[in-house]
Design a protein around this ligand. Structure first.
Ligand code: C2E
Ligand code: MG
Ligand code: MG
Ligand code: MG
Length: 270
């Protein structure tokens, strides 16, 4: 991505680009195979209300177990999947797998669990995205109230009107939309006025620092305040310590997610 090319990398521009392009091509080919060979799987991480241990929301996190039986995390292959457009097929697989799991939990658990699925900006910019979501819910027999979609602005996409229409339609369908990694993008605040967002996930990089950095704490407090005044549900990502959890609860954060509450696990372990 363009932002990776600044500073250091610039001096080695040409060789870097060649290696990276070759690498991407290789990964792209393997990703295609991975879809055919069923090498993808989902991990699940709980999102809870402070002070209440019940699992209410579960985020799905994609994993790829390659032919060498190594687990590859999304940061290593999502960018390539986005560059190549394969993310649309992979994303569709994720939607179907997530809805199936959510439907299974609905049938086997006493309390409802909302499953929250990450979607690439490229998926949200696809005019057929809501049809994909609808098809996945129907195939699994899942009510829309048990599904949420997480979007980021990690990537600049031009299709603003389509994204906006998709979010509108998701909301009409009864699927909730969350803004992921809030605070790290170019225009986090303007997203809030442009799109109908029901939930904000404050990025881990802010939560990291709230115990020792007063400015970070003030910023998180302000973000929670903005969310409250817009009637948006606030989630803190990357909560790792009791101190962070206590602070976030005192600041009025609605939900917590992070290693303190639980690491991503396979469905059966949740
Ligand atoms: P994300 O959606 O912000 O997900 C949270 C990431 O933070 C996950 O990394 C999770 O394992 C990690 N995490 C959770 N709690 C903690 C904590 O307390 N401390 C630390 N240090 N990390 C924590 P993961 O699973 O590697 O996923 C990375 C990113 O890849 C995700 O960030 C999301 O943007 C993307 N991603 C994951 N699954 C999918 C998918 O199915 N589709 C798309 N398009 N993107 C996905
Ligand atoms: Mg997410
Ligand atoms: Mg996030
Ligand atoms: Mg993140």
């Amino acid at each position: 991505a363009a932002k990776d090319m600044g500073g250091q990398g610039f001096r080695h521009f040409a060789p870097d680009m060649t290696t990276r392009a070759a690498n991407s091509l290789q990964i792209e080919g393997r990703l295609r195979q991975a879809l055919e060979n069923n090498e993808f799987s989902l991990m699940f991480q709980p999102i809870v209300r402070p002070g209440s241990p019940d699992v209410l929301i579960v985020e799905t996190l994609l994993r790829w177990k390659n032919d060498q039986n190594e687990i590859v995390t999304p940061d290593q292959f999502i960018p390539v999947a986005e560059e190549s457009g394969l993310i649309l097929d992979i994303g569709r697989w994720v939607l179907h797998a997530a809805c199936r799991q959510a439907s299974h939990w609905r049938q086997t658990r006493a309390t409802p669990i909302v499953v929250s699925v990450n979607a690439s900006p490229l998926q949200l910019a696809n005019p057929k995205f809501c049809d994909d979501v609808q098809a996945a819910m129907e195939a699994a027999g899942l009510p829309p109230a048990l599904l949420a979609i997480e979007m980021t602005e990690r990537m600049m996409v031009a299709e603003d009107a389509i994204i906006s229409a998709n979010i509108c339609r998701l909301t009409q369908m009864g699927v909730r939309v969350a803004l992921d990694d809030f605070g790290t993008g170019y225009s986090s605040l303007s997203y809030l006025t442009r799109y109908q967002i029901q939930c904000i996930k404050i990025d881990r990089s802010f939560i990291d620092k709230i115990e020792c950095d007063l400015q970070a704490r003030a910023l998180v407090q302000a973000i929670i305040g903005i969310g409250k005044s817009l009637n948006v549900v606030m989630v803190a990502e990357g909560v790792e310590t009791q101190g962070q959890a206590a602070l976030l609860e005192s600041l009025g954060c609605d939900y917590l997610q992070g290693y303190l509450i639980g690491r991503p696990v396979v469905a059966e372990a949740l």
